[in-house]
Design a protein around this ligand. Structure first.
Ligand SMILES: Cc1cc2nc3c(=O)[nH]c(=O)nc-3n(C[C@H](O)[C@H](O)[C@H](O)COP(=O)(O)O)c2cc1C
Length: 207
């Protein structure tokens, strides 16, 4: 007997830390999606939130190609996924490809922060999705050059990630035991003393 989606959400929840945004603690990346379509108003909200992410020079280099199930764009994005991702992500009703403009609009100089800024927008997007009760799962496992080709992405845009968006499904609906085991395992993170330093190699003393 595997865990239900409700039980899994309890297990994926990060330990409560007072003052940390609740959505940061409960957001996670499911691979099981149920059949429901995303309400168009909610879909708009996830992009509305992403739009307000910070970016270098306020360039807002992010662009999102959004494909709804059964559309040409959806099928094109799906066609670029590696087999492992295709197996579960194509149950999601929405696939989004994020790309970033690599030159600044004001002077044409290279924007070395383009992908960094796209990542910031993607982070806001997935947090907004979780706030709306949606499941979002980002993927790097796809053929970037195939995506550029089938979607006609110009050469001065860097390819970021694909995000599957929809409603969380039951873990038991996943295709195999390996996926179910991942779906029902607790989330893990490095401890703060490994990632925050007062000087290189020296953990910062935090309260
Ligand atoms: C840029 C990026 C690429 C990722 N690529 C994949 C992927 O190809 N396939 C996959 O199943 N998960 C992928 N993930 C999801 C991560 O594995 C997941 O976010 C991580 O294990 C932390 O789990 P959580 O999001 O549930 O907290 C990716 C996440 C990011 C941000």
């Amino acid at each position: 007997m595997t865990l239900s989606s409700i039980e899994v959400n309890g297990l994926k929840q990060a330990p409560a830390v007072e003052g940390v945004l609740p959505v940061v603690l409960h957001r996670w990346s499911p691979r099981s999606f149920d059949g429901r379509d995303v309400n168009p108003a909610d879909l708009r909200k996830v992009f509305e939130a992403a739009r307000w992410a910070p970016s270098s020079y306020n360039e807002q280099p992010w662009r999102f190609i959004v494909g709804l199930r059964n559309s040409d764009t959806y099928n094109k994005i799906a066609s670029t996924l590696v087999a492992f991702n295709k197996a579960w992500a194509t149950k999601a009703p929405v696939l989004i490809l994020g790309v970033a403009k690599t030159k600044f609009s004001h002077n044409g100089a290279p924007n070395h922060y383009a992908l960094y800024d796209l990542g910031a927008a993607a982070s806001v997007l997935v947090l907004q999705a979780a706030t709306l009760g949606l499941a979002a799962h980002q993927m790097g496992g796809f053929d970037q050059e195939a995506a550029r080709k089938v979607l006609g992405i110009p050469g001065d845009y860097a390819i970021g990630s694909v995000t599957a968006l929809g409603y969380q499904g039951e873990p038991a609906a996943l295709a195999d035991e390996h996926l179910i085991a991942n779906e029902t395992a607790p989330r893990t993170r490095k401890p703060l003393n490994e990632i925050v330093m007062a000087a290189w190699g020296e953990s910062a003393e935090l309260a």
